[in-house]
Design a binder for this molecule. Structure first.
Ligand code: FNR
Length: 340
């Protein structure tokens, strides 16, 4: 891939938030098309990268990190997103994080450390929100990266009940040399339906010198203008959008939302072009369709087992078949069936 000197900055940016299973290559590219400035990957656990091997895929024009044991794609990226993609790592270990960072630093624009995930898997492993209670560990991970990696390092946190306590933590994290910090305005115990603590985000943004990226506003975001409103309420120049983009990533379009049929077609084209796995493709479309899965067409979609079957519903079966034949003839063997 071509080398670049352009360093990613986090001021005045509208960002696709990290989302497990959602933030794979097709969704990232489509979000960029619709106006996102930066796109985060889904959280990728450090040891998964360490078990993978880097391959340049000439047929797809991608760089792939493939699991050494079964060949599945751990992370796939391409030149189009190279200056805009941030890999979010799940880690609890500075040296492991550094090894991964060194593996990927020439392929991506930035690395983010997940310090907000409240799921048991993360907490048990000392990752995600567990790091909020271990500031020394969190700082050690961040400073190991900022001192040894040439691309920007960031982290994403949740807030504490107390805005002052949150600010104290943020100041500690900022002291490591990170380039920005994303703040989800809910505590570890709060769920997505709880109000987002926009005032806490604003208080922090007013009191630190690096860009604060506001997150947690999707419940009130139905159109592009709502993103701007959320950003202003949080006193930040940058925002990060998860659920509103998961449902319809044309939320990033200044000119207004596109209908979901159009978005699904666009998404499917990328899924075909980049040989995205059928199960991941299906999952992402399910999250766009939501209650429309109950319609006869939605039910037909749910029965689909292959990418081609999914594509047939959106009149892309021919396109899919042609591309897949081409990939087959050039030696790419993707998993064709969704295993239940
Ligand atoms: C998430 N979120 C999340 N956060 C994170 O740091 N790493 C991740 O991998 C994920 N995965 C994930 C998957 C899905 C399906 C959702 C909906 C959310 C949390 C997300 O990035 C964000 O912090 C919250 O959703 C709040 O932002 P919104 O949704 O209000 O914009």
């Amino acid at each position: 891939m071509t080398k670049t000197t352009e360093k990613l900055t986090y001021d005045n940016k509208i960002i696709l938030a990290p989302m497990v299973r959602v933030g794979t290559l097709p969704m990232r590219l489509l979000s960029l098309d619709h106006g996102a400035d930066i796109v985060y990957t889904e959280e990728l656990i450090d040891w998964k990268f360490l078990k993978s091997i880097r391959r340049e895929n000439d047929v797809l024009g991608t760089v792939d990190y493939l699991d050494k044991s079964d060949g599945t794609v751990v992370f796939r990226t391409c030149p189009r997103e190279k200056n805009r993609v941030v890999v979010q790592l799940g880690t609890c270990d500075p040296q492991r994080a550094l090894k991964v960072a060194k593996m990927i630093e020439n392929d991506v624009a930035g690395i983010d450390i997940n310090m907000g995930c409240p799921k048991e898997f993360s907490l048990k492993g000392g990752m995600g929100a567990a790091l909020l209670k271990q500031p020394e560990k969190a700082k050690s991970i961040l400073s190991t990266l900022t001192q040894n990696v040439k691309i920007p390092i960031t982290c994403k946190i949740r807030v504490f009940e107390s805005a002052e306590e949150t600010l104290d933590l943020v100041k500690e994290l900022v002291s490591t040399g990170i380039s920005a910090i994303a703040i989800h305005g809910r505590t570890k115990a709060e769920r997505p339906q709880h109000p987002n603590r926009n005032a806490t985000i604003k208080f922090i943004a007013e009191n630190v010198s690096i860009p604060v990226v506001a997150n947690g506003g999707s419940k009130e975001i139905e159109k592009y203008q709502d993103i701007i409103k959320f950003k202003e309420e949080c006193g930040c120049s940058s925002v990060m959008i998860a659920r509103a983009a998961e449902a319809n990533c044309s939320i990033f379009r200044k000119q207004g939302l596109l209908d979901i049929e159009t978005v699904i077609e666009q998404y499917l084209k990328y899924a075909i072009d980049y040989d995205n796995s059928p199960s991941n493709t299906k999952y992402c479309i399910q999250n766009i369709l939501k209650e429309l899965q109950e319609t006869p067409r939605g039910k037909k979609f749910l029965e689909c087992q292959t990418l081609e079957q999914i594509c047939a519903i959106w009149d892309l079966a021919d396109y899919c078949r042609k591309k897949q034949l081409q990939f087959h003839s050039q030696g790419i063997l993707s998993r064709r069936e969704i295993t239940p």
